[in-house]
Design a protein around this ligand. Structure first.
Ligand code: AMP
Length: 124
């Protein structure tokens, strides 16, 4: 498995420690959700595990079953609560260099509230 060195100075670690504020959208035992500071759609919520996971395969490969279930159920609940479950939505996770991940704490974007266009721009 890839090596995942967690940098606890990242902005989402600081949010989890209460050092900087967030606009909370939901919270469970193992997960936190908050609104993206630069929303790209009417609904743009970020869901993060409270544990120190860097990428999707780090989280899904090494987190406990309880953490993964907790996270997944929160995502489902937020899709309903923020009203996008009916019209549709997109879940995005960026990872690493090629995925252009900005914040090295695993997170899932929930995007919706408008037609989101094609999944990716045409290849350069
Ligand atoms: P990425 O790592 O590429 O998936 O993107 C990180 C996302 O985190 C971007 O959409 C940012 O707008 C968002 N973001 C960065 N800092 C904050 C913050 N303090 N509060 C909420 N969202 C943030």
């Amino acid at each position: 498995m890839a090596h995942h060195a967690y940098d606890d100075g990242n902005v989402f670690a600081r949010i989890l420690r209460g050092e900087i504020p967030c606009e909370k959208a939901g919270e469970t035992e193992h997960s936190l959700a908050f609104h993206d500071i630069r929303p790209q759609a009417p609904v743009h919520v970020l869901v993060i595990p409270k544990g120190p996971y860097v990428t999707a395969e780090h989280f899904y490969g090494t987190a406990t079953d309880a953490e993964i279930v907790d996270f997944s159920r929160l995502v489902a609940r937020l899709c309903v609560e923020f009203g996008v479950a009916g019209q549709g939505y997109r879940l995005i996770t960026n990872a690493g260099h090629d995925g252009v991940q900005e914040v090295p704490h695993y997170h899932l974007h929930i995007l919706g509230g408008r037609v989101l266009g094609r999944m990716l721009p045409a290849a350069e």
